[in-house]
Design a binder for this molecule. Structure first.
Ligand code: HDE
Length: 682
């Protein structure tokens, strides 16, 4: 296989092309290339006799099938990925020597895998959970993996606690319940007894844990990394992905229903968006702190349970990532991709964040068991697009045929090649940080404030976001059987906000804490989703159309919605053509029962002159659900009557209007507003 030096946005695709195969219209053969004449019946001694050992075709087919599964990831098992490219806007030359961050306009191929953390490979995607956001940059200097999450902090400060955290959140070992959920005793017992989790729990209880779409999540490198420039000078850096569509979520009741109606909701959304050419985009941002300013903050900048508030350390936008191609084969690409925070390029280095340090060990180790040996870098999706040569040899499934006599260093036969490369010529050199200290198993005092930023987060939330946090906490703790755990947790969160803890305590039947509260009064507006980009682009609307609808006007509305980037899906009592009185027809892509209101962002009720009672009941169910979930509702023609019957006329975010053009304008604005939190739905 030829590797290339000049990397552009297509380099990875071209490399993968060598491994793709088309089976369509081909002869059926065994894996040895032998043409097969019969694939329905095994070889038997007589038509009703036993199967014979010599049936090599049967044995090969069955054995391969028997070995088809590999272990799922111990965390982040449920994931979905896509290809794309990263384009640099702003040179980072002053801060880093990384080649892909030098020249504005440079394009680097990327592969991104999103995931939930706790659930198994087949679990529902709308679990209340952190989302993985892992990006592999295939640069000309080797792969750089930014293995991040959609939340900027983490539950623990030291990697040695990771197995404990994951054991606590995974289904409980004695009964393997519950799947893909943190709402159970062991998780909350862990929280109460590991109070460094406080800040992350606030994020976990917030709307961030139930994203509307992978396309509408932020991504964070979480740890403090280090940029190192050509001169060897270092800067602390944090990485951010900011979605062009803004950061959006669903509400908890919806999330639970979506898990039943469409457990593939997030992957389906990403796949369809890419197939339709609505390529998701994120801007890439960096926060940079000078080494001299390391101690200038009221938190330790190496503590992974802390953010650097954007108002104190601005996020500089330096590039854009676009996902523009779905995978050809989920197992080959999405399942076999192996990320590792230790995959870095010259100019990017680590810091002493103890969580990051531990991750550097774990990721290779886990691939060895998951992918079955040390050659996982040869799997097509994992190969760098630049050449790689060393003296590592053999192992299970080795594919490279290394020619020649030498596989050691130093050697005279090959004049010491493959030879190390000087840092001036692109050889990786670890940052020469001066380190002194005793060997201790201890936590730094500067890592001991667990509540200030948890309070900062809560202070930064809008009123509805605060409500959601209290509801989420009440739900999760309400699912804990142990009253003692419930009590410990509310007592702990009294340190974040006393009112919040008291309200939750009232809900879950434990004693409201009497003292507590935080002295932190400041807020970081950047943390609230109320302040994010809002747009109607790519939002979906369920359009309920019945027999005898007003053909020409409704067609005009549907066209108007599409022109404004809204994606209408026509739903009726039956799939197929629905007839208007003027002879116009629209096609219902879904029936009431194959779709569901929780699967759409908004509702447009048309109804029709000849709809039956059942249609009206279904439409009322859609109206009620949409209303309860604060979503935009529009109605024209007979639909207006249904809105009246459901007592929703003139309510917030409910648009009734006959004139098609002005209906489109008003409805699109409502769709762009996303949710109407002012509705009284309790
Ligand atoms: Fe991971 N994590 N992690 N993690 N992580 C894995 O590696 C681990 C942490 C993250 O789509 C595993 O290949 C330790 C933080 C993502 O393939 C494993 C610690 C962050 C993915 C592992 C952490 C992450 C993983 C399991 C504590 C955000 C999925 C399968 C120090 C910055 C990548 C695998 C994909 C996966 C270990 C904490 C992100 C076991 C020990 C913090 C996005 O190696």
């Amino acid at each position: 296989m030829k590797n290339r030096r000049n990397v552009d946005g297509n380099s990875k695709d071209e490399q993968l092309e060598q491994f793709r195969t088309e089976d369509k219209d081909k002869d059926l053969t065994t894996n040895q290339g032998l043409k097969v004449s019969e694939d329905e019946f095994s070889l038997k001694a007589g038509e009703r006799g036993p199967t014979l050992m010599e049936d090599f075709h049967f044995r090969e087919k069955m054995t391969h099938f028997d070995h088809e599964r590999i272990p799922e990831r111990v965390v982040h098992a449920r994931g979905y990925a896509a290809h794309g490219e990263f384009e640099l806007y702003e040179s980072m030359k002053d801060y880093t020597a990384a080649k892909f961050l030098q020249e504005p306009g440079t394009k680097t191929p990327v592969f991104v895998r999103f995931s939930t953390v706790a659930g198994s490979k087949g679990s529902g995607e709308l679990a209340r959970d952190v989302r993985g956001f892992a990006t592999k940059f295939y640069t000309e200097e080797g792969n750089f993996d930014l293995v991040g999450n959609n939340m900027p902090v983490f539950f623990i400060q030291d990697a040695i606690k990771f197995p404990d955290l994951i054991h606590a959140v995974k289904p409980e070992p004695h009964n393997e319940i519950p799947q893909a959920a943190s709402a159970h005793d062991t998780f909350w017992d862990f929280v109460a007894n590991n109070q460094e989790s406080a800040h992350m729990i606030m994020w976990h209880m917030s709307d961030r844990a139930i994203p509307r779409s992978f396309r509408m999540m932020e991504g964070f490198g979480v740890h403090t990394f280090r940029f190192v420039n050509e001169q060897g000078k270092g800067h602390f850096v944090k990485f951010h992905w900011k979605p062009k569509l803004g950061v959006h979520s669903v509400v908890w009741d919806e999330a639970q229903k979506i898990n039943g109606k469409d457990p593939d909701f997030h992957r389906g959304d990403l796949y369809e968006a890419i197939e339709k050419g609505n390529y998701p985009e994120w801007e890439f941002g960096v926060q940079i702190i000078d080494e001299a300013d390391e101690d200038q903050f009221d938190f330790d900048i190496l503590d992974p349970t802390k953010i650097w508030p954007e108002e104190e350390v601005p996020v500089q936008i330096i590039g854009k990532m676009t996902l523009n191609r779905n995978v050809d084969n989920v197992f080959a690409e999405t399942e076999q991709v192996a990320f590792h925070p230790g995959h870095v390029v010259p100019g990017i280095d680590f810091t002493n964040d103890p969580l990051l340090q531990g991750r550097l060990f774990s990721y290779t180790d886990t691939q060895l068991i998951r992918l079955g040996g040390p050659n996982f870098h040869e799997i097509p999706i994992n190969r760098p697009v630049c050449p790689f040569h060393n003296n590592q040899r053999d192992g299970y499934m080795r594919q490279t045929i290394n020619k020649g006599q030498v596989s050691y260093h130093n050697n005279s036969f090959w004049k010491n090649t493959p030879s190390p490369v000087s840092p001036q010529n692109g050889g990786y050199q670890h940052y020469q940080e001066k380190v002194e200290g005793r060997k201790v198993k201890a936590r730094s005092d500067s890592f001991k404030d667990h509540f200030s930023q948890a309070a900062l987060f809560y202070n930064s939330m809008s009123a509805p976001e605060k409500e959601h946090i209290k509801e989420a906490m009440s739900f999760e703790l309400g699912k804990c059987k142990s009253k003692d755990v419930r009590q410990q947790v509310v007592d702990m969160f009294a340190n974040v906000n006393l009112d919040m803890a008291q309200e939750v305590a009232e809900n879950i039947g434990v004693k409201p804490p009497e003292t507590g509260g935080s002295e932190v009064a400041k807020a970081s507006p950047a943390l609230s989703q109320e302040n994010t980009t809002k747009t109607a682009e790519t939002r979906t609307t369920a359009v309920l159309v019945g027999e005898g609808f007003n053909g020409s006007e409704v067609k005009k509305v549907l066209q108007g919605l599409e022109e404004n980037g809204v994606d209408p899906v026509v739903i009726s009592s039956r799939q197929g053509m629905v007839k208007a009185d003027d002879g116009t027809e629209v096609e219902a892509a879904e029936r009431f029962d194959t779709a569901d209101p929780v699967l759409f962002d908004s509702l447009y009720v048309v109804s029709g002159a000849r709809v039956d009672k059942k249609f009206q009941q279904n439409a009322s169910y859609y109206l009620q659900e949409m209303y309860q979930h604060y979503k935009p509702i529009g109605a024209t023609h007979e639909g207006e009557q249904l809105v009246k019957e459901n007592e929703m006329e003139n309510q917030e975010g409910v648009i009734t209007e006959q004139e098609p053009d002005s209906f489109v304008t008003r409805f699109v604005d409502a769709v762009a507003a996303h949710r109407y939190w002012g509705r009284d739905v309790d």
